[in-house]
Design a protein around this ligand. Structure first.
Ligand SMILES: C[S@@+](CC[C@H](N)C(=O)[O-])C[C@H]1O[C@@H](n2cnc3c(N)ncnc32)[C@H](O)[C@@H]1O
Length: 256
């Protein structure tokens, strides 16, 4: 089940911004490769960013003079996007809508549709709606085959020792490619590895652990969480690292 709006509103305060180095590196890599594949991020082209978050794509694209529509149900994510866009002088090029993808009324086809790392795309209806939101081109980014976070592994093991958990969990790029096959689209895909570390205070790490458990519908056992964190704390800080594969899919609608 996709995590709830409350989860994203809480996560917004520590979600990377468009200029956070580890995020910016991934975004630049994705933009460069998709451009090579023919995605035309031209000035004045229109682009729909589904599940835009803090604007990790919307802002770099607006800096290229693309006219962006960013939709996201989280008011906190959109507030960060708008503040950063204002600071970068590109707020005029980004329209935001606080909305779920399921219920968003697509006013007209966009030149490009983009959805990155978002549970907005979670079933056949939402995949088809994404593909149909552009009559030309699209970009989809999701987790690939692995996402390694030794802290989350230990946390899940401590709470549910007999269960196997997938740390990727979201819709697979294969599901999107299967729908593209049915819609007369040509596509290509690429995997790449990414990694990042977050540094937390003890209390922040406890909050992070709680979120990770609650998003999997597990009731946090704070005694277990604290025991785990005690083993990791150094100079009153806790560093949590993640290494993961991401997959990019790009497509073009073939001329009819
Ligand atoms: C992991 S963030 C990704 C943000 C950005 N696209 C990126 O790649 O950095 C996921 C975003 O999807 C949004 N989201 C969650 N459910 C959604 C839905 N049903 N429709 C649209 N956006 C959704 C969340 O609020 C969150 O901002």
């Amino acid at each position: 089940m996709p995590p709830k709006k409350q989860f994203w509103d809480t996560l917004a305060k520590r979600y990377p911004h468009f200029n956070t180095p580890s995020m910016s590196k991934d975004v630049q890599e994705i933009l460069a490769w998709t451009k090579e594949q023919g995605i035309a991020y031209e000035p004045q082209s229109t682009l729909l960013d589904i599940g835009s978050g803090t604007g990790t794509f919307s802002i770099p694209l607006a800096l290229l003079h693309v006219k962006v529509t960013a939709i996201d149900p989280s008011a906190n994510m959109l507030a960060i996007l708008e503040e950063d866009a204002r600071n970068e002088g590109v707020i005029e090029r980004i329209k935001t809508h606080q909305s779920d993808w399921d219920t968003f009324d697509v006013p007209r086809p966009y030149d490009i549709v983009l959805a990155s790392m978002t549970p907005a795309i979670h079933d056949t209806f939402t995949i088809d709606k994404m593909i149909d939101a552009s009559s030309k081109q699209g970009v989809f980014v999701s987790w690939g085959s692995y996402r390694l976070n030794p802290f989350v592994d230990a946390l899940l093991q401590a709470h549910r020792p007999n269960e196997l958990f997938s740390q990727t969990g979201s819709i697979k790029a294969q599901d999107v490619m299967a729908r593209l096959d049915t819609k007369n689209c040509s596509y290509s895909s690429k995997c790449f590895e990414t990694q990042w570390s977050d540094v937390y205070s003890f209390e922040e790490a406890k909050e992070y652990a709680k979120e990770q458990l609650e998003r999997r519908s597990i009731v946090p056992d704070f005694a277990r969480i604290e025991k785990l964190l005690q083993e990791l704390v150094s100079d009153e800080r806790i560093e949590i690292s993640t290494k993961a594969e991401k997959v990019i899919v790009v497509w073009q609608h073939k001329p009819r």
